[in-house]
Each structure stands twice: as structure tokens, then as C-alpha cells.
Design a protein around this ligand. Structure first.
Ligand SMILES: [Zn+2]
Ligand SMILES: [Zn+2]
Length: 145
């Protein structure tokens, strides 16, 4: 598969014990609909409670498209841009394939989630980052489920 943004061939990376496809040029990440489900299905105690506590109820909003990216899996399917925010905080934009329901997440978008609420100057903790990513992905899964 190729990156929808710059055409780089995507390589496998393991995130949260799931193999995802990553672009090493723009650091974007592709999640198949099935991969999203697998991550959402992993039983992690307290994640939902923590998510509610930290972010409240997620709100999704569809944005008008300016141009479009093509799905790396489905040759002619468009990726649809969706604005996603946690109760009025920073809006994160993700791209979803209308056909296979896979998700494209840009590097900056991931960082916005992983680094949200991290104290300035503190060293990013890998477990902390992973749990924020899990929460983010699971909340997206719930949004689309
Ligand atoms: Zn790329
Ligand atoms: Zn697709």
C-alpha cells in the first residue's frame, strides 16, 4: 500500500500489539477497519472511565472537503475528512475511507492526542503515550461503531 499523502510505500509497525501500516516520510498511520476493531476489543480495565474523566463525551463533525486523498487499499475510493474533538477541546482531523472504513491518521494528529495534557518539559512516557493512543482509537471505534 502507498501513503495517500505522498505515495511512499507503507511499512508495518507494531502499535498496541497490532500490526499497522506507517509512512516513514510523513509518519502518518493507516488502520484497517479490522485493526481498529481489534484494538477496540482489547480489554483494558478502566480505559472508558478514564476517557470520560479526561475528555468527556467525544463529538464528531463532518467537514467540507478541499480536495481529497485516495484510500491506499481501495483504488478509487476517497478518504473523507472528519473533525473529531473531545468536548470542545482541540479538534483533531482524521481521514476515513468511505468504502473499506479504514482510517488515516496524520502524524500531527496523533501527536496532538498523545501529547495532550502532558506537562511541558516532562519526558514522554511510552506507557502513557500508548494508553492515550488506545483511548483515542477506542473512542473513534465507539464513534463509528
Ligand atoms: Zn506519507
Ligand atoms: Zn478503502
Amino acid at each position: 500500500m502507498q501513503c495517500p499523502r505522498d505515495g511512499t510505500v507503507l511499512e508495518n509497525v507494531v502499535v498496541l500489539r497490532t500490526i499497522l501500516d506507517k509512512c516513514h516520510t510523513c509518519d502518518g498511520l493507516w488502520l484497517d477497519a479490522g485493526e481498529l476493531e481489534r484494538i477496540c476489543d482489547k480489554h483494558v480495565t478502566g480505559v472508558e472511565e478514564q476517557l470520560e474523566k479526561d475528555f468527556g463525551n467525544p463529538v464528531a463533525e463532518r467537514r467540507p472537503m478541499k480536495g481529497f486523498m485516495r484510500c491506499p487499499k481501495c483504488e478509487n475510493a476517497r478518504l473523507q475528512r472528519i473533525g473529531y474533538s473531545y468536548s470542545g477541546s482541540k479538534v483533531v482531523e482524521i481521514d476515513r475511507c468511505e468504502s473499506c472504513l479504514g482510517l488515516w491518521i496524520d502524524k500531527g494528529e496523533l501527536d496532538a492526542i498523545v501529547n495532550a495534557q502532558m506537562t511541558k518539559g516532562s519526558k514522554p512516557d511510552e506507557d502513557e503515550a500508548a494508553s492515550r493512543l488506545t483511548m483515542f482509537i477506542r473512542s473513534i471505534g465507539r464513534l463509528f461503531g
